[in-house]
Each structure stands twice: as structure tokens, then as C-alpha cells.
Design a protein around this ligand. Structure first.
Ligand code: NIG
Ligand code: FE
Length: 416
């Protein structure tokens, strides 16, 4: 399918030869092309330029007029748990009354609550519930999403989740990466001997995930009250045998050592990072690991904010992701994540655009195909409603400003 978008007020995040990521001071520069056209041919970005260079007669395909509108590369949401059953608004009530995330988890709520729901939900219903969320995030401008298992916590149920993610990959136009997160929480029967659960993850779950080729990456919740550095080390060592690169939940609840163990294993990303000090920053500076912040979870749970300015000033890149999940961030709205990045984390509008597009793409291993307006990349973009500036996107935090979504060069028709 070929599409020509013309009269674009501003084409945002145009890069001829993108680096692997955008870091430090560079994050505050965003390249745009005003009064532009963009041509997508056979699903790929073929060319773009200024309107005065457009030779429309040479171009065949659907024509969209974007007068007064901007075109962005689709969001790349590198951290979600959007395959889940049911919801957890009852615990949200407990939270409002004063219980912390960890207290709810200790009472058998939290992740274990979702795990019970998931166990009792047939696979096709789990797929249908998750498909609705995929359609929702497509309408919200997301063109690539990483999805984790981790509400199964038994061999059978983890495989069930991963099969649902695989089916979503096969049946939806969005780019999906799948992550095995068997070590997300400790099931009640292993509470007294958590190493025995790690044995199950390493000796029973991983070999099946590997044999059935059901995951692209592996994750561990390496934090206070969940999995230790030693247990994480063991799981990541074992995962390397199956070619699974790590994306770690780290330093959300404490200085857990999760960042360092992730870096040691060449993790693609370490995520959350509320507790990031000088030692963690130094470890990240020597790595190929994307520091990924999840301001939706910090906002929803009332956590401390990560020291993002310090991290950027030290020269690090930053990605932002939604963490879409039923317990700590029940939203996959990446435009709102941009707003939280600016409002709560005091990132600049330019920085949040990089963090939700190209750096998000790196954090899920798709930066060669997605994340910028670059010739040869996949034609995943969205056209905004008429807006005055790109800064208006994070600024107008409650407005739905997306007019048309294009994935693989095809206009999508999902509404929110
Ligand atoms: O990223 N921190 C751990 N896991 C999820 C929460 C999952 C849940 O509560 O269901 C997170 O916040
Ligand atoms: Fe998460």
C-alpha cells in the first residue's frame, strides 16, 4: 500500500542517519521539517521533503492532506504487561485508603491476584481482552509494543500468556516483542523458599519457552521483597543459553542492585529506576543498556521520581514507557506518558519525544525499523489534529490529539 501525506505543517523527528540512541544534551534537540510531504511505499518510508520539491505526478497511491497537522513517528512502548485478565480497581480503593503496593502484595493481592484471574480465564478470552487493549493503544498512536508474561507463575500459565502474545503478533498490524517474566512474583506456595521457585523458572519454564521459541527477551523483578541480585544473576545466566537478552525491572522500590546486574548481563534495558544513585549512573554510562523510566507507575503509586535531570546531564539516554498493567499503571496512553515526563519529571518536550520514539525503539530492539522518520524504516506514523506546535502534544495532557494512525503504510480504523 502506498500513501502520500502532503501539506504537513511539521514532520517531527526527521533523521537521515539515526544513531542507535539519543543521549544527554542531544536529547534536547529535535529535528523537524516544516511544510513537508512524506511518501510511504510498500509499508516503508520511501521519501520525504519540502512541499516545493514534491512531484505529485510521479507518485501513485492514496493521498492524505495534513494541512495544519503534524506527523510523528509512532510511539514505541518498550515496557507493558498488557496481556492480563480482569482488572484490579478494588485494590486501587485499598491504595487510596493508604495501603502501599508492597502491603497489598504481601496480603496476596497485587500480581498474585492477577495470577489467579489469569489461571481461571480461558486462553481465547485472554486473547480477546488483550486484543481490545492493542486496538486501544493503536488508536492512541503506539506503533510498537513490548509485552511481558508474568501473571502465569506456573509453567502452563506462563506458556499460555506467551502464546497469547504470539497470536497478537500474528493477528495485529502493530510491531510486538515478547518478554518472558516468570520471575515477576513469588507464588504463595514458595514464599518460604523462594530459591525453589527460581529453580522452577530456570529448570522448567525457561527450557519450554526456549524450545517453543515463545519469547524475544527475559525479565526479572529484581527489587526489595521480590527477587534478589543472586537469583536474577542465575536466571539471566540460564536465559543466555536460549539467546534471550535481558530487560530488567530494577530499582523501583530500593537501591536493589538490579541496575548493576542488568548491566553485567548486557541488558537491553533496565526499567523503573526510581532509586538511581551515582554508582548506578556510572554503571549505565559504560553500558549498551537503555535506562527506561515508567512515570505512569510512579504517578499511580505515588513513588519518588527518578533523578532524570542528573541522568541526562551525565550523558545517558532515557526511554519512557507506559508499563500498561492492571496494578501499577492501568493505561497505555503514551501521549499522557509524554505529559508525565514533562510535568512530573521536568523533561523538555524535545526530550520526551525522543524518549517515547527512538529511545523506546532501542529499548525493545526495533530501532533499525522504527522510532524516527527515516528513509527505509517501517511506515508507522500518526497524523495529529490541527495543533500549533509539537510542544502542544505533551502540554495538552488530557486532549486526544491523534487524527489518523498509519501502520505499515496502511490507515488504521480503531477508535478509542
Ligand atoms: O512494572 N513492578 C513490577 N511489575 C509491574 C506491576 C505489575 C502489577 O502490579 O500487576 C510494574 O509496575
Ligand atoms: Fe512493569
Amino acid at each position: 500500500m502506498n500513501i502520500l501525506i502532503k501539506n504537513i505543517q511539521s514532520l517531527v523527528n526527521v533523521v537521515d542517519q539515526p544513531d542507535k540512541w539519543v543521549a544527554g544534551e542531544d536529547m534536547s534537540h529535535l529535528n523537524t521539517l516544516d511544510d513537508a510531504w512524506l511518501f510511504i511505499e510498500n509499508g516503508k518510508i520511501k521519501d520525504f521533503g519540502k512541499m516545493n520539491s514534491l512531484k505529485e505526478n510521479d507518485i501513485q497511491g492514496q493521498v492524505l492532506d495534513a494541512t495544519g497537522r503534524m506527523v510523528f513517528p509512532s510511539f514505541c512502548d518498550s515496557h507493558t504487561h498488557l496481556v492480563y485478565a480482569g482488572s484490579r480497581e478494588i485494590e486501587y480503593g485499598d491504595k487510596i485508603r493508604g495501603l502501599s503496593y508492597e502491603e497489598i502484595a504481601r496480603r496476596g493481592g497485587g500480581i498474585l491476584n492477577s495470577s489467579r484471574w489469569l489461571h481461571n480465564t480461558p486462553e481465547d478470552s485472554l486473547y480477546e481482552q488483550s486484543l481490545r487493549r492493542i486496538h486501544e493503544i493503536i488508536a492512541l498512536g503506539t506503533g510498537a509494543v513490548e509485552i511481558k508474561s508474568g501473571y502465569g507463575l506456573t509453567v502452563e500459565d506462563e506458556l499460555k500468556m506467551l502464546r497469547v502474545i504470539k497470536k497478537l503478533k500474528e493477528t495485529t498490524p502493530i510491531t510486538i516483542k515478547s518478554t518472558f517474566l516468570g520471575a515477576h512474583s513469588i507464588p504463595a506456595e514458595y514464599k518460604e523458599d523462594t530459591d525453589r521457585y527460581v529453580d522452577v523458572v530456570v529448570s522448567e519454564m525457561l527450557p519450554e519457552v526456549g524450545r517453543q521459541d515463545l519469547a524475544d527477551y527475559v525479565d526479572v523483578f529484581c527489587d526489595r521483597g521480590f527477587f534478589t541480585v543472586e537469583q536474577t544473576d542465575r536466571i539471566l545466566d540460564a536465559s543466555a543459553h536460549y539467546g534471550l537478552r535481558a530487560k530488567i525491572h530494577a530499582n523501583e522500590l530500593d537501591y536493589s542492585g538490579g541496575i548493576q546486574v542488568g548491566v553485567k548481563h548486557h541488558a537491553l534495558s533496565v526499567d523503573h529506576l526510581e532509586f538511581t544513585g551515582d554508582e548506578e549512573i556510572q554503571a549505565l554510562l559504560k553500558s549498551q543498556t537503555m535506562p527506561t523510566l515508567l512515570p505512569g507507575a510512579a504517578f499511580f503509586l505515588g513513588l519518588v521520581d527518578p533523578p532524570v535531570r542528573k541522568m541526562i546531564q551525565a550523558g545517558l539516554p532515557i526511554a519512557l514507557a507506559s508499563d500498561y498493567n492492571p496494578g501499577s499503571s492501568p493505561s497505555g496512553n503514551m501521549k499522557f506518558i509524554m505529559s508525565l515526563g514533562t510535568i512530573k519529571l521536568k523533561m523538555l518536550p524535545e526530550e520526551v519525544v525522543h524518549a517515547t520514539t527512538s529511545n523506546g525503539a532501542y529499548a525493545m530492539g526495533v530501532h533499525d525499523e522504527l522510532g524516527t522518520i527515516t528513509r527505509g524504516k517501517t511506515g508507522n506514523v500518526f497524523i495529529t489534529q490541527p495543533i500549533p506546535t509539537y510542544q502542544f502534544m505533551p502540554y495538552a495532557y488530557g486532549s486526544y490529539l491523534i487524527d489518523q494512525v498509519i501502520l505499515n503504510g496502511e490507515v488504521q480504523n480503531f477508535s478509542i
